[in-house]
Ligand binder design. Structure first.
Ligand code: GLP
Length: 279
C-alpha cells in the first residue's frame, strides 16, 4: 500500500485529483470507479477545476459507482445518482450512457447486481477505483462481516452507518435500511485503488485498515491484499499510524516513480490477468 499523508483536506483532495487527471490524460477511455460520501467531494471539485483549466477531455471516460441506496429513486436529492450529478457529472458533462449506477428502485436486486457486474466486465474492468472508508471499516457498503470475496449484492446497512449517514437526511428514520453495493471481491479486481480519509473520526479505522490484520470484520483491510492501493489521508486521520514516519520517508524516496501501475495502461500485463480472465 502506498500510504501518503498530506497536511490537510485540500492538499489530499488535490493530490487525489491529480492521480485521476493524469490517468484520464494518459488513457482517455479510462474506466473510473467512483465513490460518494463527504470525503471525495474535494477530489471531485479539484478534478472539475483541472478539467476546465487544462482542457481535459472526459468524453470517452466510463464510470461505475460503488453503491446505491435501495428504495430511493434516482431523482431523490440523497440518492447517489443525485450526489454524482451534483458533485461531478453535470460539471464534466458526463452523459447517462457514460455513467453507471445501480438502480435503487429495481424490483429484482439480484438481477440488477448481476447485470452491473457484467457491464463492468464488458467495459474491460475498472482502471482506478476511488474509495472512502466508513467509521465501522466499510468500503462501499460492505459492512463488517462482509465476505472478502463478495460480489455486487443487496445488503442491510449497519446501525453505525445509518447513524453516520443520518446527517444527509432530515432524520435518522429517513435513512434507507438497505443498499446495493459492489462486493469486496468486485473492488479488489480493479487495476488500482485510491482510498481517502480525512479527520479525527477516521483515525482509528485508518490505522486498522493499514496496519491491522486482514479481517471481514474490517472490510477495508482487504485492500492489503490488492497489488496497487494508494491511501491518502490528512495528518489528523493518519495520527494513529505506527509507521507514519516511514510512510512519509517512502513517499519522498519514491517521488519520481509512476503513481499508477503499468498494467492500468497495458491490462494484459496485470499480474492477475489470467485469474481475472477466468471469471
Ligand atoms: C457511505 C458510502 C461509502 C463512504 C462512506 C464514508 O457509507 N457508501 O462509500 O466511504 O459513506 O463517508 P464519508 O466520506 O462521508 O465519511
Amino acid at each position: 500500500m502506498y500510504v501518503k499523508i498530506e497536511p490537510d483536506y485540500d492538499a489530499l483532495s488535490q493530490r487525489a485529483a491529480r492521480v485521476v487527471a493524469d490517468l484520464v490524460r494518459r488513457k482517455p477511455n479510462a474506466v473510473l470507479g467512483l465513490a460518494t460520501g463527504s470525503t471525495p467531494e474535494g477530489l471531485y471539485a479539484h478534478l472539475i477545476r483541472i478539467a476546465r483549466d487544462e482542457k481535459l477531455d472526459f468524453s470517452r471516460v466510463t464510470t461505475f459507482n460503488l453503491d446505491e441506496y435501495e428504495g430511493l429513486p434516482a431523482s431523490h436529492p440523497e440518492s447517489y445518482r443525485s450526489f454524482m450529478q451534483r458533485n461531478l457529472f453535470d460539471a464534466l458533462g458526463l452523459t447517462n450512457d457514460q455513467t453507471n449506477l445501480l438502480s435503487g428502485m429495481s424490483s429484482d436486486p439480484a438481477t440488477e447486481c448481476a447485470n452491473f457486474e457484467a457491464k463492468i466486465r464488458r467495459a474491460g474492468g475498472i482502471d482506478l477505483q476511488i474509495l472512502g472508508i466508513g467509521s465501522d471499516g466499510h468500503i462501499a457498503f460492505c459492512e463488517p462481516g462482509s465476505s472478502l470475496a463478495g460480489r455486487t449484492s443487496l445488503v442491510a446497512l449497519h446501525p453505525q452507518t445509518i447513524a453516520d449517514n443520518a446527517r444527509f437526511f432530515d432524520k435518522e428514520d429517513d435513512v434507507p435500511r438497505k443498499a446495493m453495493t459492489m462486493g469486496v471481491g468486485t473492488i479488489l479486481e480493479a487495476r488500482s485503488c485510491l482510498i481517502l480519509a480525512k479527520g479525527s473520526a477516521k483515525a482509528d479505522v485508518w490505522a486498522k485498515m493499514i496496519e491491522g490484520p486482514v479481517s471481514s470484520q474490517l472490510p477495508a483491510s482487504a485492500l492489503q491484499l490488492h497489488p496497487w492501493v494508494i491511501a491518502i489521508s490528512d495528518t489528523v486521520a493518519a495520527s494513529k499510524l505506527k509507521h507514519g514516519d516511514y510512510y512519509k520517508h517512502m513517499d519522498r524516496e519514491l517521488a519520481d516513480q509512476p503513481v499508477l501501475p503499468h498494467w492500468v495502461f497495458q491490462p494484459e500485463l496485470d499480474p492477475r490477468a489470467a485469474m481475472l480472465a477466468s471469471r
